[in-house]
Design a protein around this ligand. Sequence first.
Ligand code: UDP
Length: 489
Amino acid sequence: MEKNTSSSSSAAHVLIIPFPAQGHVTPMLSLAKLLSFSGVFTTFVNTESIHRRLSVSSDLTDRRRLRFRAVPDPLTGGADEELDFSSKFIKLQESMRSCSTEAYKKLLLTEELAGEWPPVTCVIADGILDYAIEVAGEVGIPTLVFRTSSPCCAWAFASLPSLIHHGIIPFPAECDMDEIVKGVEGMEGILRRRDLPSFMRMVKSTEDNYIKLMNGFNSKLIIGKAIIFNSFDALDPTILPIMSSYYPPIFTIGPLHLLTKFFNISNEKEQEQEPGKNPCSSSLRQEDRACMTWLDNQPDKSVIYVSFGTVTVMSPEKFIEFWYGLVNSGHRFLWAVREDMVKGKQEMEVTKEMEEGTKERGCMVEWVPQKEVLAHRAVGCFLTHSGWNSTIEGMVAGVPMICWPDLVDQMVNSRFVSDVWRIGLDMKDTCDRNIVERMVREVMEGEIALELRSSAARMADLARKSVEENGTSRVNFDSLVSYIKSIEL
Ligand code: UDP
């Protein structure tokens, strides 16, 4: 298929294509709304199943400059359980490539005859969606890469060759996980072995699939015309300048959900006009709003909000440790427990103690409107898996965190939360009711609690300032828009 260049329209048209998962769709949809609001024609491309799920919560009607399209879903094999994470991920990428490439190419190359839409002038592709970046390159459409992880994690990944050179990876047998590692420029003295992205601890040899996976992530950063992060400059004053010296232009334009507020895109009036559908929601699951009523009845800053994100799966034993820890702390808690989060929960033994403690002080639901929950006056602590969206949402709300990272970037994020930004505690690699109880008390009571609260409030202030008029993210966003508008095919 050849690129159609016959159009005389010079208007910018960006096609945004996220990896099909909640943590990727959410920030990229915010960006789509912001770009269309700023005069850029924007096509947002989901897979069909994500499109259907998103339609339940959000209004996906095409607007003047924002429209939604879907490409076929990847095939999900039945025997995948046996495979490790890297092999599953590589298989998924292959399936997406074979199932979706044709439909995606068509969207890239065909002019919209029905409307006044110009041809696609650039793609903003998820930095881990291989085929989206490759195909845009093949048909000659410039690509900007959106990395939905934190810059500090992207930089830890990018330091893979240096970590191998320093003998950190593969981890030597029986190594000291608390040893501070060399080899990540700008993070000297910060990262211990256990804080490196979780893929790094899985590496057995420099030839294995995890190395291929990380090399793949890293190579995407230099392929595009620019890199976009849902972050703000004040978070990484050391790392971002270092990264900028190696990479194409970097646009830090977050927190995106806050930027949409400042552009008045999330406005309650709109929500009222469309009962049941929220033009600002990007939730792929049904939100249980009863928890908001429960929160309304709790005192200020008295509740620990608990969520382990969208992917984490834990054993019943671990779940019970958290449950006991929360109940034993004597504090109130709201826990988002996805129906697929605990593997083998039917065998879980729930004691009277747990049941009564929960009835008295707890609320458990499957899925909450998280940003609203974090912003609620009753929430005083966020027990989180340290996914990047959750971390940045917690920062914006000024809520101190207890971090229990499970996968990939979460390892780095939680270290930065506890030891660089100092807005929380990190309980990585432990899962014990006594530690949960102790940390909850530390974040909710006494001197440490006061310190954490005041640095979390400072962080929230920095986040807010970054999106205000002349704030770094606001300025960077305006530059991104000008950059996109300047691209000519
Ligand atoms: N989330 C939500 N309700 C819940 C749990 C999570 O809306 O009950 C949202 C949360 O606000 C965040 C996203 O799901 O935007 C999770 O993204 P994150 O990057 O934190 O974690 P991951 O998807 O990688 O697990």
